[in-house]
Design a protein around this ligand. Sequence first.
Ligand SMILES: [Zn+2]
Length: 224
Amino acid sequence: MHLVSRIGWLRAAVLGANDGIVSTASLILGVAAASVATGQVLVTGIAGLVAGAMSMAAGEYVSVSSQADTEQADLARERAELAAQPALEREELARIYRARGLDERLAHEVAAQLMARDALAAHARDELGISEVTTARPIQAALASAASFSVGAALPLLMVAVLPRPWLVAGVALASLGFLALLGTIGARAGGAAVLRPTLRVTFWGAFAMAVTAGVGTLFGAAV
Ligand SMILES: [Zn+2]
């Protein structure tokens, strides 16, 4: 079972798409409820897609970059410690293996052998918890979240493009809830978790967000 390594990016992709669906569908419903023409609804939705994707990318880039900075600083300090006091560092690593259940002699032997091969990698993994899988990649993360947001946002936009104006509000709302439920199911399945509860949760909060925005749109549409 290697679900954990795959759940990281998959969960990020599903969350990005969720965001895209909920925020774009809400925006569309808010504007459409204020009885605006289909063309304007579409333009607003597209602007929402672009703005959301940019903001997701920027936010992800900043957060993952600072994680990468922290990792780099940790590794640099570890490298310096290894050069300055290798014996102490070997003790430290052996203590970690002791704490995980190895006996004294084996813990020292494991520490010595792993450090002979690649001391920094051994300390990074077992002391700092930094591995190949967790190493932060800001650009990749930014592109991935912008892309997954855009895919999600495109779904309600597509509904605006194909639905006749009188069905627009109900059609976008229902289709978006359907997409959310589908994504929730895919996410839960892939993560090996139970399906029903996460699906209901994501669908409920999606419906809530859309209802609030549509309500605000109706108020302003009546007032303007
Ligand atoms: Zn160390």
